[in-house]
Design a protein around this ligand. Structure first.
Ligand code: GLA
Length: 394
C-alpha cells in the first residue's frame, strides 16, 4: 500500500490514502488492473497532467490525467475524446479502473467498438444512412448493416481533437474539433467543444457544446464501457441497474426505432425499480446477438439536469449515478463483444464484459418528426451535460 500526499491546485496539503494493488479479492485481480489501467500505481498530485501519447494523422496525441483530492483519477486522450481509465476505490481499499481502456494509442487505432470515445456528429443510428433536411436529402455512409452508426466511417471518435487543459480547483480538459461542411456527408461546418471536469465528489461531468453554419443533425455522447468490478473477467450480468424511464423506443431487427414510445411495464425493459441485468436479459426480444441495446425515454424534463440511472455492483460496493440533460439513454449490454479484442494482458473482452449508458437524443431522430429534434440551426447553441458520479457503499 502506498501513501499518496495529494497537493491541490490551491496549494493546500492534505493526505490521501489510496491503495494501488489488488487485495486478493477475485474481483480485483492485477490482470484487470492492467486491462484497464496500470498507472494507478503512480503517485499523483491533484490537478491535470499532460503526457505525450504518440502521433496520428500528422497530429500529436496526448494523454491527460485528471486527479482529484481523494486520488480518484480519470484519463482522457485527445484521440477521439476518449476516456481511457477511471480509477476509483473499492470497499476493500483496492483501486481499479471501472471503464474499458488501453494503455497505448496503438490499441485505439484499429476499428474498435467506440471504447470510451466521444461519439458524433450523430451518436446512434440513422436509418439507411439517409435523412432529408430543408428539402434536401443527405446520404451518409452505411457502416452498420443498412444503417449509419455513430457519425460514420471516421466519426469524432477517430479524429485528433485540439486540447486545452485547465488546472482549476476541479481539473478539466476541453477538447475542440471543427467538423467540416460535408464531412461524413453531414451539412455545415460544426464547431464542437467537449469539456471533461473531475470534482472532489468523484463526479466526471461532460459538457458538450456546438455551433453550425448550416442546419445539421447533432447528437453527441460518450461511449464508455463500464464494469464496476474493475475486472473484465467478470461480466456485468450481476450489476444492478435502475433507469428512470416509463417508456422505451422498440426497434426493428437492424436496431432502428419503429417510432413507437412503448411502456416498459411488464417487460424486461422495466428498470424503474432496480433489477439485476442478467435476470431478464435472455427474454429481451430481438435479433442475434440479443441483449439490451435500446433507447429509454427518460421521465425527466429534457434540458434539466437530473439523475436518470443508477448502476451498482455489490462485491466492490461501487455505484455509478448518471445525471443528464438529455431526453434518452441507450443502455447497451456489450452484446457484440465476443472476446476477439483483448486487454493488455490478453484477457478476451467477452460478451457482456462491460456496458454502456449513452445519454443522447433518440436514434434515427432526423427521420422521426415525433421524436425530440436533433437539428441544430445557425445562430443556435447546442449544449448538453452529462455527469457520471461514483459512490461507494460499504
Ligand atoms: C452502440 C450501439 C450498439 C453497438 C455499439 C458498438 O452502443 O447501439 O449496437 O453498435 O455501439 O459496438
Amino acid at each position: 500500500m502506498k501513501k499518496i500526499v495529494v497537493n491541490s491546485a490551491l496549494g493546500i496539503l492534505m493526505a490521501g490514502v489510496f491503495t494501488s494493488c489488488g487485495n486478493g479479492n477475485n474481483n480485483e485481480s492485477s490482470d484487470s488492473k492492467e486491462a484497464s489501467d496500470s498507472s494507478a500505481t503512480k503517485v499523483s498530485t491533484a490537478g491535470i497532467q499532460q503526457s505525450d501519447w504518440g502521433e496520428t494523422d500528422g497530429k500529436k496525441v496526448f494523454l491527460y490525467t485528471l486527479t482529484n483530492k481523494k486520488g480518484v483519477q480519470v484519463k482522457i486522450t485527445n484521440y477521439g475524446g476518449t476516456v481511457t481509465s477511471f480509477v476509483t476505490p473499492t470497499k476493500s481499499g483496492a483501486s481499479t479502473s471501472i471503464v474499458v481502456g488501453f494503455e497505448d494509442l496503438s490499441a485505439y487505432l484499429p476499428r474498435l467498438p467506440y471504447f470510451g470515445a466521444t461519439v458524433g456528429r450523430y451518436g446512434n443510428r440513422i436509418a439507411k444512412g439517409k435523412f432529408t433536411l430543408d428539402g434536401k436529402t443527405y446520404k451518409l455512409a452505411t457502416n452498420n448493416g443498412p444503417n449509419a452508426l455513430h457519425g460514420g466511417l471516421k466519426g469524432f471518435d477517430k479524429v485528433v481533437w485540439d486540447a486545452a487543459p485547465l488546472d482549476n480547483a476541479n481539473p478539466s480538459l476541453t477538447l475542440h474539433y471543427v467538423s467540416k461542411d460535408g464531412e461524413e456527408g453531414y451539412p455545415g461546418n460544426l464547431k464542437v467543444s467537449v469539456s471533461f471536469t473531475l470534482s472532489d465528489d468523484d463526479e466526471l461531468t461532460i459538457d458538450y457544446n456546438a455551433e453550425t453554419d448550416k442546419a445539421t443533425p447533432v447528437n453527441l455522447t460518450n461511449h464508455s464501457y463500464w464494469n464496476l468490478t474493475g475486472d473484465l473477467k467478470n461480466t456485468i450480468l450481476n450489476h444492478t441497474l435502475k433507469i428512470d424511464a416509463d417508456k422505451y423506443t422498440p426497434v426493428d431487427t437492424t436496431l432502428i426505432p419503429t417510432g413507437e414510445l412503448a411502456p416498459v411495464k411488464g417487460t424486461p425493459f422495466d428498470f424503474t425499480e432496480p433489477h439485476v441485468i442478467g435476470e431478464r436479459i435472455s427474454s429481451v426480444p430481438g435479433a442475434a446477438p440479443g441483449g439490451y441495446d435500446h433507447n429509454w425515454v427518460l421521465n425527466h424534463k429534457m434540458g434539466t439536469m437530473d439523475k436518470v440511472a443508477e448502476l451498482s455492483e455489490p462485491t466492490t460496493g461501487r455505484k455509478l449515478e448518471v445525471y443528464t440533460t438529455e431526453p434518452g439513454l441507450q443502455f447497451y449490454s456489450g452484446n457484440f463483444l465476443d472476446g476477439t479484442i483483448k486487454t493488455s494482458l490478453g484477457t478476451p473482452i467477452q460478451k457482456h464484459a462491460a456496458l454502456c449508458l449513452e445519454t443522447q437524443h433518440f436514434p434515427d431522430s432526423p427521420n422521426r418528426p415525433n421524436f425530440p429534434s436533433t437539428i441544430l440551426k445557425p445562430g443556435e447553441k447546442y449544449h448538453t451535460t452529462t455527469k457520471y458520479k461514483v459512490t461507494l457503499e460499504k
